[in-house]
Design a protein around this ligand. Structure first.
Ligand code: SF4
Length: 372
């Protein structure tokens, strides 16, 4: 579920998020989401749902009552596993819209908190609306609410950040004992304020040292890196994201949301993308015309997407899963896999493909080999 509003737009953000101008049309948006879901139901009849993710934007700008209404609506239309992982993205400084206890009572059982840094200077340089104090308040409320399965998003290689600053952020995150930490490098994306006026960032070599040293700290604290940016305590991997990265199926509803559904009858995969602008999407959702794109993926797109996602995993992927997930014969990619192995980027161990240390560091080089 994409909920596309934020208090204001961060200068590095290229997500489909929109600064709140007056008031969010939250009730209308919730009704439109339930209409929008109807369009995808014929593609997924009888299939159980194992996870739900309220992403954004800043979903914590919606109240717990609105979240509960969405979940009740989904339960009436879909077969939702009683043990489903149900995540709400939240930002410190927005939790006054409702309490984590209220979200838990509404059915949320996991929270992903957009901390980004514990340093007031770094948060200021990132244009975030919160400071360290709001981060600490939000984490205390998470513990008090009983929502112990939470993720902290943390970025490194920030404007003006030193190696010691990056390490201090990871120490602060570990001290909060979250079940999961997403630790990723700030990158400058086109169509952002930072792209127009780039801030002074640490160089690539320093960024790599930050990543390596912070990774050592996270490992020593009992977190396991199961994906390029994802670290978790044992058993606390994000099931929703694991499904994306394992190239599983998902419905995406809301402004600009993407979905991917395997159609066994067509031996293919359907990609659906919703209209991007919230107003246009809401009008479309209410009249059953919210799709900006609805098409079957070409075989070379399926090959690329499969490797793009699966080779983000530390544990790699079994070759035997390739044809089952893509509908493409292994022979079509064997030469490219051999090329990646020959360049020292991939290991092929008895049918299990894994990035080497070199491939782990230069994952883009692997992806380039599988580009359509
Ligand atoms: S809070 Fe997140 S989604 Fe919203 S503008 Fe900032 S980075 Fe983008």
């Amino acid at each position: 579920m994409h909920l596309p509003w934020c208090v204001r737009k961060c200068p590095y953000c290229d997500f489909n998020s929109h600064a709140v101008k007056n008031e969010i049309p939250a009730d209308d948006y919730v009704n439109a989401l339930l209409h929008d879901l109807e369009q995808d139901l014929p593609l997924v009849w009888g299939r159980p749902v194992h996870s739900i993710f309220f992403g954004g934007g800043t979903p914590s700008l919606f109240t717990a009552d609105q979240v509960e209404k969405m979940l009740s609506g989904f339960r009436s239309k879909l077969q939702i596993n009683p043990a489903a992982e149900i995540t709400l993205e939240a930002n410190p400084g927005t939790t006054e819209y409702d309490s984590f206890s209220a979200y838990r009572d509404a059915g949320i059982n996991r929270v992903s908190l957009g901390v980004q840094s514990f340093s007031d200077d770094s948060l200021d340089a990132l244009g975030r609306i919160h400071g360290r104090e709001e981060v600490e308040t939000a984490i205390q409320s998470l513990w008090a609410s009983g929502l112990e399965n939470f993720n902290l998003d943390l970025m490194f290689a920030l404007p003006g950040q030193s190696l010691n600053d990056a390490i201090a952020d990871v120490h602060s995150a570990i001290a909060c004992s979250p079940a999961h930490i997403s630790h990723y490098q700030l990158t400058i994306e086109p169509n952002t304020a930072f792209h127009a006026e780039p801030p002074p960032l640490p160089g690539e070599d320093l960024a790599w040292v930050m990543q390596r040293n912070c990774g050592q700290l996270l490992s020593a604290a009992g977190y396991r890196q199961y994906e390029i940016s994802a670290w978790s305590k044992p058993g606390s991997e994000c099931r929703h994201n694991v499904n994306y990265w394992r190239y599983g199926d998902y419905i995406g509803i809301g402004a600009g949301a993407h979905g991917k559904i395997t159609l066994p009858s067509e031996e293919s995969i359907c990609r659906r993308v919703r209209l991007r602008h919230p107003t246009a999407w809401m009008q479309g959702a209410n009249s059953g015309e919210s799709l900006a794109e609805d098409r079957l993926l070409e075989s070379d797109e399926r090959v690329f997407e499969f490797f793009l996602n699966q080779l983000r995993f530390r544990d790699g992927v079994r070759k035997s899963q390739f044809s089952a997930r893509t509908g493409v014969d292994w022979i079509k990619v064997s030469a490219r896999v051999e090329e990646a192995v020959g360049k020292g980027l991939l290991l092929d161990e008895n049918g299990l493909l894994k990035p080497t240390e070199l491939g782990w560091r230069f994952n883009n080089e692997i992806q380039a080999i599988f580009l359509p």
